[in-house]
Design a protein around this ligand. Structure first.
Ligand SMILES: [Zn+2]
Length: 380
């Protein structure tokens, strides 16, 4: 732009031009605009990271996976659709892709949970509904009595687990309609609920913290910048728990409630340091983790991620948490099953990283896809 302004600043008035000079002048301006535009398109210095959409040019073999290698139980999905027609279409897609069953984490109690049960009632063998916790009146002592009664009522209505609970530092805010502000999962007040879950054999699916990128400064050194900017966790709030403190709160609850099954959502948000989750899985047999919505984080480290999943093959479950599109499911299969290298899926993941297939062994895939979920669902 600077060059353009300079050119105009030094242009003499048109009235002094001959006709030839006038056309030559117009021609030069047109040429200048064209070359300026061309140099912008080619100038990497002006490219914003959010506009960086690389296209892999590698000519390497690619798998064409059209359905999952084994029947799938998706342990982390939500009530994404509105109409009966959309549910019918979802089930048709499930049949095509080899998805046997989907867990709808409703977050809800009360009317919200009841209407979700009603909504999916045409397919009782294809959808399992999990409820939230009811924190109504939690400012007052003894609130748990009502919360436990509501949990039992939801169980009788068909709830077979609890979730997705979620704590990003300010308490369990995912449950609807009343969030548990300030209540972390290891709060002694939560104990009656966690024990009731064990009694009813209802596993608890819980999201704690966010991955480490979201706590780092949003600057040029942030390895996961674009996603980190979207999901940045603001730690400038009093009494807010940070990443490690939240993982610790989960550990405390898992340790102190050995009869309750916990599923840490999104690999416990420890993708940049999976050993943190591995250490917990080593210590606590009542802890599992889902891999939902962390495909973009594990696909850039395929060898380490595959070794981790193989090591903890009895404790990890498949999940999506990314809508209902066929392409979404196929991308998860491609990442878990294929040996494809250096591909992108910028529609699904806002990182700018290339992805690699994990090439998981068949027996590991089978556990991840459905066997571990079956074990969790039928635990006594
Ligand atoms: Zn979720």
């Amino acid at each position: 732009m600077g060059r353009l302004r300079l050119k105009f600043a030094f242009s003499p008035p048109l009235s002094n031009f001959s006709q030839n000079e006038f056309f030559m002048h117009k021609f030069l301006i047109a040429l200048l605009i064209l070359t300026t535009k061309f140099s912008f398109a080619q100038n990497a210095n002006n490219l914003l990271l959010k506009n960086y959409k690389p296209v892999s040019i590698y000519k390497t073999p690619t798998a064409n996976i059209t359905k999952a290698a084994f029947p799938i139980i998706d342990m982390h999905s939500h009530d994404y659709v509105e109409t009966q027609q959309e549910i019918d279409d979802w089930v048709k897609r499930m049949d095509k892709l080899n998805i046997q069953k989907i867990t709808i984490l409703t977050y809800s109690t009360g009317n919200g949970f009841d209407s979700a049960v009603e909504k999916y009632s045409h397919y009782p063998t294809r959808f399992t509904l999990w409820c939230g916790f009811d924190y109504a009146g939690y400012e007052n002592p003894g609130w748990q009595k009502h919360a436990v009664e509501e949990l039992e009522r939801c169980y009788k209505k068909g709830a077979r687990g609890v979730g997705e609970l979620g704590d990003k530092g300010e308490g369990e805010l995912y449950s609807k309609p009343t969030p548990g502000r300030g209540l972390h999962i290891d709060d002694p007040q939560m104990k009656p609920l966690l024990e009731k879950c064990a009694e009813l054999h209802m596993p608890i699916s819980i999201h704690v913290a966010e991955d480490e990128w979201m706590y780092e400064n949003v600057d040029s050194t942030n390895d996961g910048l674009m996603n980190a900017a979207t999901w940045h966790v603001d730690m400038n709030k009093p009494n807010k728990l940070g990443h490690d403190a939240l993982i610790k709160s989960l550990e405390n609850a898992v340790r102190d409630n050995p009869k309750t099954i916990f599923i840490a959502c999104h690999l416990a948000n420890t993708c940049s340091n999976l050993k943190m989750l591995g250490d917990l899985l080593d210590k606590y047999p009542n802890l599992y983790a889902d891999i939902a919505a962390r495909y973009g984080e594990i696909a850039p480290i395929p060898r380490y991620a595959a070794a981790f999943i193989t090591k903890y093959q009895d404790r990890l479950v498949y999940g999506t948490d990314m809508g209902v599109d066929e392409k979404m499911y196929l991308t998860t299969f491609r990442i878990l099953e294929s040996t494809d290298e250096h591909f992108y899926d910028q529609d699904m993941f806002s990182y700018h990283w290339a992805l690699y297939g994990l090439d998981l062994p068949k027996e590991v895939l089978e556990k991840l896809y459905h066997k571990n979920a079956e074990k969790i669902m039928s635990y006594k």
